[in-house]
Design a protein around this ligand. Structure first.
Ligand code: ADP
Ligand code: ASP
Ligand code: MG
Length: 409
């Protein structure tokens, strides 16, 4: 029988009892005669604890040492899960990123996987053992430990599944599938049975953290089918697969939110060619992803420039912007971390007018001010004050009739 990859997230391995429960589920698959590679995250809260520790020692830690520290949470969980499996009579071997050669570039804290050599993993599986792999970590060409960005164990799982040519990559988490919006925020969110990579990619990149963005990108590129399932309840989940003609092309399929971005405004920027490049090039070189960008109409040769960056990169972004701002005699850089980006997503939007207008009306009816807007063929995003996140998500989910009517009743 074939090979299956299973990934268990932080909540799923959040305590010794839960690790034992995961071991039982893994054992069931192994006993059915399948080869199993299991990817695990750090125990819930552990990665945050490690990041806080680093920042307690230094506000600007070395990126190399940061990864040495924050990657350790996964080492503990793979050891514990391997022991739990062995205690149940299931042979298991823990595998760290460098041991199975999860090769990445050297962009510490957000490294990209370049290649995984399947030989060591295959030899573990061929010996009849369960391979228990540390998520979130890799190694660069110089032998330095790297990490893959928050939520990166999803990417580890998909990459291992691609390397092993597994039948499926099962992602076990604390919800039982991908929903029309975060089910922890909206009680009548509806489970989606099957979703295309494209749509899932859009949802993930707009904040639906049930799958990490790069993991979906990788799965799409390497044709890895993903099945999102609950660790706790044995019910059917959501398949993420290639687009099929039978998939519904409804106008709006989901609502997503992202509270992890901060807004940066540069006031009175000289409005002349080359200025935008001067501002954004150094941010790009420092691997800082700039998202929404708005430039106001020019007045007397000056304009205001506003954009968003990940909150975790805000300090670094400001440090990088400061010398350029001085050179351009920009009088003020204003930042706001209390913002949230709300998005509606749907491939059917391409051919319909009026979706954006409806979204703006819904937000207006709730008294929510829109601070920034961006659109693409299949999504519309608005930046609002973060305190209105829940209100906006629920109102949009209702207005576009995405809910489960039974749950509503
Ligand atoms: P894990 O630790 O298993 O990786 P995460 O916390 O990263 O789990 O992702 C699961 C969470 O994603 C859920 O608890 C849920 O709150 C959130 N989420 C956000 N949007 C969605 C969505 N559209 N469908 C399902 N879950 C979502
Ligand atoms: N432990 C890492 C994190 O908290 C990776 C993961 O959970 O996917 O971001
Ligand atoms: Mg996750």
């Amino acid at each position: 029988m074939g090979c299956v990859v299973q990934k268990y997230g932080g909540t799923s391995v959040g305590s010794v009892d839960r690790i034992r429960h995961v071991a039982q589920r893994v054992a069931k698959t192994w006993k059915a005669g399948r080869q199993v590679a299991v990817i695990v995250s750090a125990m819930a809260g552990e990665t945050n604890r490690l990041i806080d520790l680093v920042h307690e020692v230094s506000p600007e830690p070395s990126e190399r040492e940061y990864d040495v520290i924050v990657s350790t949470g996964e080492q503990v969980s793979i050891g514990l899960l391997s022991i739990a499996l062995q205690d149940m009579g299931v042979p298991a071997e823990s595998c760290l990123g460098f041991q199975i050669k999860v090769m990445t570039d050297s962009a510490h804290s957000k490294a990209r996987i370049l290649d995984i050599d399947p030989s060591r993993l295959k030899s573990v599986l061929d010996q009849g053992k369960v391979a228990v792999v540390a998520g979130f970590q890799g190694v660069d060409d110089n032998g330095n430990v790297t990490t893959l960005g928050r939520g990166g164990s999803d990417l580890s799982a998909v990459a291992v599944a691609a390397a092993l040519k597994a039948e499926v990559c099962e992602i076990y988490t604390d919800v039982d599938g991908v929903y029309t919006t975060d089910p922890n925020m909206c009680v009548n969110a509806r489970k989606i049975e099957k979703i295309s990579y494209e749509e899932m990619l859009e949802m993930a990149s707009l904040g639906a953290k049930v799958l990490q963005t790069r993991s979906v990108e990788f799965a799409m590129k390497h044709d890895v089918p993903i099945h999102v399932l609950s660790s706790f309840r044995e019910v059917s989940g959501t398949y993420v697969v290639k687009e099929e003609p039978s998939m519904e092309k409804v106008l709006v399929t989901s609502v997503a939110y992202n509270k992890d971005e901060a807004k940066v405004s540069l006031r009175r920027v000289p409005d002349r060619p080359g200025v935008a490049a001067k501002i954004f090039n150094p941010l790009a070189s420092a691997n800082i992803v700039v998202d929404m960008i708005i430039q106001n109409i020019s007045r007397e040769g000056f304009t205001d420039l506003t954009f968003t960056v990940p909150k975790g990169d805000l300090k670094k972004a400001i440090d990088i912007l400061q010398p350029t701002a001085e050179e351009l005699e920009v009088p003020e850089i204003v930042t706001d971390e209390k913002v949230s980006k709300i998005s509606i997503i749907g491939v059917g939007m391409k051919t319909h007018a009026g979706v954006a207008a409806k979204m703006f009306q819904v937000l207006f009816d709730e008294g929510i001010n829109i601070e920034m807007i961006s659109t693409s063929e299949i999504k519309i995003s608005c930046v609002i004050k973060s305190k209105y996140t829940e209100l906006a998500v629920r109102a949009l989910h209702d207005a576009f009739e995405l809910g489960d009517e039974e749950a509503e009743a």
